[in-house]
Ligand binder design. Sequence first.
Ligand code: NAD
Length: 321
Amino acid sequence: MVKILANDGIDALGKSMLKAAGFSIETNKVAQDQLAEAINREGYEVILVRSATKITAAIMDACPGIKLIGRAGVGLDNIDVRHAESKGMKVFNTPAASSQSVAELVFAHLFSGVRFLQDSNYQMRIAGETRFNELKKNYSAGIELQGKTLGIIGFGRIGQAVARMAIGMGMKVVASDPFISEVTLTLQLAQTNQEIPVLIKTTSVDELLVQSDFISLHVPGKIDGKSVIGANEISKMKTGAGLVNAARGGVIDEDALLNALDQGKLAFCGLDVFENEPTPRTDLLKHPKISVTPHIGASTAEAQERIAAELAGFIISYYGN
Ligand code: NAD
């Protein structure tokens, strides 16, 4: 029987699919420093991870019995993919399963930003009973998203999911992606079962910076080790614009961001990812104009179910069960 270790857990659906197909699956977490020993002792052939467990070259060298390494999610930063390939170990991931969930979190941050929820939730908890009218006044200058322009940098799976939601709620979308010149999005109206095609032609980052009321980043990570949005890019943005980063920490330069928020150049920012995860800087976490979440873009029941089903399906077809 092929033995699988899902070291960062797996949704119940994936577990039951694998068990039904005759695999043995263990979900009790093994500490990073004991991983190689456990893999060899238990004879695990398949290792599944989220982002916590790292499958390093040293682990691969110590555990020649590994055949498959699966990453529940998009990025492969925690797996030495090149080394795996050199050893004939197959690495796979689930790139599309979480796009809708990440896109919805982007909108959670946008809605928070335009109505000051990140601060109002906090202030109401500590002073809502005594300073209600003062707080009401403080948060009275909200704006609507409808009719505004959303700039999307990185127009892949998540960028396009964000665009579909934005168009669905009456926003204009401008997108920038050096590898995509145009995309026809399909908007699905659940209410009437209609499908509406919408053509989006991408534009330059400079054009997008000037036009957008809000910008959301969906690039693979820093580009050539550099932030995509730094002081120079912020200077080209509209005064009072908002930013969201649910891609990778450091895609927005954190010093430049804080400066722009403090100077009033930017109105707000939503951050799901941080340069220094899992210990982000406290001046970001405590800033009243920043809506913060602890890298939970893919953390929904639906995304985790899709991820688990995709992982299980891949393993089942790999072994031809
Ligand atoms: P994707 O590969 O489908 O899309 C990325 C896009 O970025 C591609 O179209 C690519 O052409 C484009 N791109 C590359 N370099 C660029 C540049 N310099 N400027 C503009 N665009 C550029 O990836 P995806 O699935 O949409 O994921 C996007 C990001 O979201 C990744 O960083 C991923 O790690 C992150 N992510 C975060 C969470 C979360 O929990 N917050 C969950 C899943 C994915």
